[in-house]
Design a protein around this ligand. Structure first.
Ligand SMILES: [Mg+2]
Ligand SMILES: [Zn+2]
Length: 184
């Protein structure tokens, strides 16, 4: 039975794989950070649940389709699996900024989807890790503890310095996971 205090929710682009201002549009362009794959597997092997909440407006913009996104996520799950871990759930928003959806971060809809999919009453006490402020904002109303990583857009987000008062900041996902597994 999943337990929110043993759940880590990750943004994808800029946290697990390289981000691109031109969008990650194909399996070839989906380039993971090896240390992040290993970090996800370590969390999982230590009994944590790992879920992903990712904005994918490139679908609404017509840059790639859901089958391509599924192929990226199948590769992600395979690499984590090969490292001995698993991903509990992947939630994505395929909409654009003007679609009026309730799932595009900073709105909390993807996190609500994860909560329901994992059968949790609440996400209070779970961790939300992202490289953009909107990732952390999505977790806030759900009671997630905010973590910023400096990969992807993270250094820029840190330099802007807004909304990070309660956040822990690490160079990369692996650094957060080292800290978390040492502490818990
Ligand atoms: Mg990101
Ligand atoms: Zn959406």
């Amino acid at each position: 039975m999943p337990d929110a205090s043993r759940l880590v929710i990750l943004d994808r682009d800029g946290v697990i794989n390289r981000d691109s201002d031109a969008y990650v549009k194909s399996l070839d362009e989906w380039i993971p950070y090896p240390s992040s794959i290993e970090a996800i597997a370590r969390l999982s092997r230590a009994g944590w649940d790992v879920a992903i909440a990712t904005n994918q407006s490139g679908i609404a913009r017509g840059y790639y389709d859901e089958a391509t996104l599924e192929a990226m996520h199948a590769e992600l799950e395979k690499q984590v699996g090969d490292a001995g871990g698993e991903i509990a759930y992947i939630a994505y928003c395929p909409h654009g900024p003007d679609d009026g959806c309730s799932c595009r971060k900073p709105l909390p809809g993807l996190l609500e989807e994860i909560r329901a999919a994992l059968g949790l009453e609440s996400l209070a006490g779970s961790w939300m890790v992202g490289d953009s402020l909107r990732d952390l904002q999505a977790g806030e109303p759900m009671g997630c503890r905010p973590v910023l990583v400096r990969t992807g857009k993270g250094s820029k987000t840190e330099a802007q310095g807004e909304g990070l008062e309660g956040a822990l900041i690490f160079d990369e996902l692996a650094g957060f996971v080292d800290w978390l597994l040492d502490k818990c």
